[in-house]
Write a protein that binds this ligand. Structure first.
Ligand SMILES: Cc1cc2nc3c(=O)[nH]c(=O)nc-3n(C[C@H](O)[C@H](O)[C@H](O)COP(=O)(O)OP(=O)(O)OC[C@H]3O[C@@H](n4cnc5c(N)ncnc54)[C@H](O)[C@@H]3O)c2cc1C
Length: 398
């Protein structure tokens, strides 16, 4: 029995690893020349450093993610920050630190209020709470990549139940020590090779043939795979690509993220490497430092992503220089617009996210599937585990 996993983002890597560990023969097919998908890094010539497509933050309560890192031996490739969220309001210069302990009363009240139905948005539940503008709204925006006025409260509540609710260790933020690929991708590929999986890079799936609810053929440029009676397929693809290959999948709206990386002549003095700060009252939302590089993230950046690279550079640098009190211009910069960073999470979209089982021997994985979680690394990795579980259950029956 062979499981063909198509797409080597975090969902596909997690699915492939779980499957080889369960004793299946695994072939992982990826269209790009590198694995990682929306979680990837490269040596950026303009900056002279390895940069990520966007800074990713995870928290201690991301159980599937930490299990994945333990499996690939990469837990030490993350750097932990204290369970505290430093914030600066650029409009009036005030700064404060939000800690789970201090937020506990507001957290209890907030999660209680979010017990509403599936149509309730985060803003409807939390809009009146004391720490809404200074903490809940920016955190919800970062987690959901969707404005709090539109994002479903039930999904955010599930995130809180797994993280802030569980105390200091589960609330602790982590960023990668060197790069996303170094942490999440390179060790996963090594673990797959050791376990005997085949990984095919640079091989886009062009066509998926179905007959009577079964996947029968996978057409790549270099070969057509004819699926045997006991073979299965997991599509761990971006939702737009999956929908193009498999009729009937929903057309889910996208939400962009804009990232800027600024290479400074000397590391900033206000924030050490691995440090971060949340920003209000400007365009930039979160600022991260890795050695000489200051990176800025703007979530739910629909309108912003339409602006020119030069405009974005000026707007975002103005916020960085204000927050870190740096007056010299950056040595180099790189702006990245990820137009399809995640799906746009509204209550209506939530109801459309498909489950893992899509055909007799066909399964779906990806952060956009019905994980109950927002589109995050945790959701993607969890979806890969769920898809393998569904495949094993379905394929073993016959
Ligand atoms: C800028 C940015 C910032 C983010 N910040 C955070 C964060 O702070 N914390 C967090 O937890 N999450 C964050 N995320 C979300 C996280 O990156 C995603 O949820 C996760 O990477 C999605 O993984 P995936 O495997 O589901 O999808 P993808 O990464 O999209 O993987 C799909 C794979 O399929 C491949 N593929 C496409 N077409 C084909 C084809 N025809 N044949 C074969 N392969 C194909 C793609 O190349 C890709 O490798 C961020 C995302 C972005 C873009």
């Amino acid at each position: 029995m062979t499981l063909h996993v198509v797409g080597a983002g975090l969902a596909g890597l997690s699915c492939a690893l779980t499957a080889v560990d369960a004793g299946l023969d695994v072939v992982l097919h990826e269209s790009a020349g590198q694995a990682g998908g929306r979680c990837r890094s490269w040596l950026e010539p303009s900056i002279g450093e390895v940069i990520d497509n966007g800074t990713h933050m995870v928290v201690g309560g991301n159980r599937a993610l930490f299990a994945y890192l333990r499996r690939i031996g990469a837990t030490d490739r993350l750097v932990a920050a204290p369970a505290a969220f430093p914030m600066i309001d650029l409009a009036d210069g005030t700064s404060w630190t939000a800690t789970p302990l201090r937020l506990l009363p507001s957290l209890l009240a907030s999660t209680w209020r979010m017990k509403g139905d599936r149509d309730t948005t985060i803003a409807q539940c939390l809009g009146g709470s004391r720490n809404y503008r200074r903490f809940w709204e920016p955190i919800a925006l970062a987690v959901m990549n969707t404005p709090a006025e539109e994002a479903p409260a039930c999904v955010f509540r599930r995130v809180l139940a797994r993280t802030l609710w569980r105390g200091q260790a589960a609330s602790r933020p982590y960023v990668v020590r060197r790069s996303l690929s170094d942490t999440f991708v390179v060790p996963a590929l090594a673990a797959l090779a050791t376990a005997g999986a085949t990984v095919r890079l640079g091989q886009p799936l062009r066509r998926l043939a179905m007959a009577d609810g079964r996947a029968t053929e996978l057409a790549f440029d270099d070969q057509t795979v004819h699926l045997g009676r006991h073979d299965g397929v997991v599509l761990a693809l971006p939702w737009t690509v999956a929908a193009g290959l498999l009729p009937g999948l929903p057309d889910l709206p996208a939400s962009p993220i804009v990232n800027a990386h600024f290479r400074l002549a000397v590391p900033p003095s206000k924030l050490s490497s691995g440090g971060f700060v949340g920003l209000l009252g400007g365009t930039a939302q979160w600022l991260f430092v890795r050695d000489h590089v200051v990176s800025v993230t703007v979530s739910a950046a629909g309108a912003l992503a339409e602006r020119s690279i030069d405009e974005l550079r000026h707007l975002l640098w103005a916020d960085v220089s204000k927050a870190l009190q740096i007056h010299d211009l950056p040595f180099a910069s790189r702006i990245i617009k990820e137009k399809r960073a995640t799906i746009f999470h509204s209550p209506a979209v939530e109801a459309l996210r498909p489950r893992a089982h899509a055909g007799e021997n066909l399964f779906l994985a990806g952060d956009w599937t019905a994980t109950g979680l927002p589109c995050t690394l945790e959701g993607a990795i969890h979806s890969g585990v769920v898809a393998t579980r569904a495949a094993r259950a379905a394929l073993r029956i016959r």
